[in-house]
Design a protein around this ligand. Structure first.
Ligand code: THU
Length: 137
């Protein structure tokens, strides 16, 4: 399906003002295209107990499930200047779970697939009683 990166960038940048980042002063916004065509978004949410910070991608994945699920096709994460931001290591794993190796990620260095930015990923198919993602509700 066609990926409108400009549309994703606008949606991600729009989340910057929603971010709650009083400790780092580093707001992050993210938007993703879902395989049914809808757009889901997220922003980082920090906490006085610093280690409990939720990255923007955490919110994105919650939003994906809360709005009906599906598979992530393309993700665009930005900083306060609107520049592309690479997802942190933990978030690459989160995104991999819901987009798989084909997921397209807008990195500062250009568009890359998840298989390139998280090679050799551990995924649900490695578990003996792995769920069938195609038939999951
Ligand atoms: N952050 C994200 O939201 N996503 C990332 O992939 C990288 C880091 C947030 C977490 C924290 O609130 C702030 O950026 C500074 O690390």
């Amino acid at each position: 399906m066609t990926i409108d990166w400009e549309q994703l960038h606008i949606a991600a940048f729009g989340m910057i003002e929603k971010a709650y980042a009083p400790y780092s002063n580093f707001p992050v916004g993210v938007a993703a295209l879902v395989d049914d065509g809808r757009i889901v978004v997220g922003c980082n949410v920090e906490n006085a107990s610093y280690g409990l910070t939720l990255c923007a991608e955490c919110g994105l994945v919650s939003s994906l499930l809360a709005s009906g699920g599906g598979r992530l096709v393309a993700v665009y994460c930005v900083d306060a200047k609107g520049d592309a931001l690479m997802p942190c290591g933990r978030c690459r794993q989160l995104l991999f779970e819901h987009g798989g190796p084909q997921l397209q990620v807008y990195m500062p260095t250009g568009i890359q697939s998840m298989s390139e930015i998280l090679p050799g990923a551990f995924g649900p198919e490695r578990l003996p009683r792995s769920v069938n993602l195609e038939s999951s509700p």
